[in-house]
Write a protein that binds this ligand. Sequence first.
Ligand code: AQP
Length: 327
Amino acid sequence: MAKRIFSGAQPTGNLHIGNYLGALRNWVALQHEYESFFCVVDLHAITIPQDPEVLREKTREVARLYLAAGIDPAVSTIFIQSDVQEHAELAWVLNCVVRIGELERMTQYKDKSKKQRENVSAGLLTYPALMAADILLYQTDLVPVGQDQKQHLELTRDVAERFNRDFGETFRIPDAYIPKVGARIQALDDPLKKMSKSDENANGRIGLLDDADTIRRKFKRAVTDSGTDVRFDETRPAVTNLLTVYQLLTNQTREEIEAHFAGKGYAQLKGDLADATIAFLEPYQERVRGISDEELGRILRDGADKARAIAEVTMRQVKERMGIVGA
Ligand code: AQP
């Protein structure tokens, strides 16, 4: 059987260059080597409150962003999570396999529950069981994600191993694929925080659909470190973060970049970075606009059909192994 990839993004706001550089870009590169499944994970999005109208719109927007990034529906399966009911069904089963202590140790849960205070949904806690279901349904080999999802992936492996041990060999154990560069793009307003869609300060992220003026303004305002020289240096996280984005967008080596900025200051870095980002995003946005509603609908329906055919097989095996037989 061809090796499989599964990954997804949540329609929880505007996708940013962190999502692109940490995840989408690698999906595009890997899709020709693997049988690939890319999902818009709307059921994950509702673990925190969402406006239904906005969620509907963002779900389709994320699918458009996948296509415009270069995910090719002729070779990859693109679909919306809620169109394949086995995701929710297997998530319930895995909720009965995962331990509460394991879920409570997840750093994303700790961070996000702090922001929700007393209104934390049970779904926010059990989010990793749904993510495990997404991955395990497709007997996935590799999961290309950013650094922030590493812990969830480790839990997915643990849950799959536990299920296999208790009920017999059922799930393939997936590996994470985390890029060496770009796995954690930091926020522009705080280099110690990751760039995030749901952060209330939009100045911390560059949205994939931001216009040129907004991009220039956000980079101009970006926090920098003390010192003046522009080079990669772990002890200067803000400048290193900007340089990492520049490196990935221009495909230059670190040496070439440091030579280019030798003797120049932060203003030059910010200006050149804005130019490189706009040069990348303008044609990207043009491609997003070029995808008609009809074409998108057809791709998503085909994708859901293909995904469902595989998910059903896994789900049937899971139920048989557990003794869930129905009438
Ligand atoms: N800052 C980042 N740098 C690199 N990769 C990132 N990813 C997210 N943020 C960064 C990766 O993008 C993929 C899709 O992310 P997600 O939709 O699952 O959301 P998330 O990981 O919870 O992070 P976001 O985008 O900031 O969303 P919110 O604010 O809603 O939590 C994943 O592979 C992720 O690792």
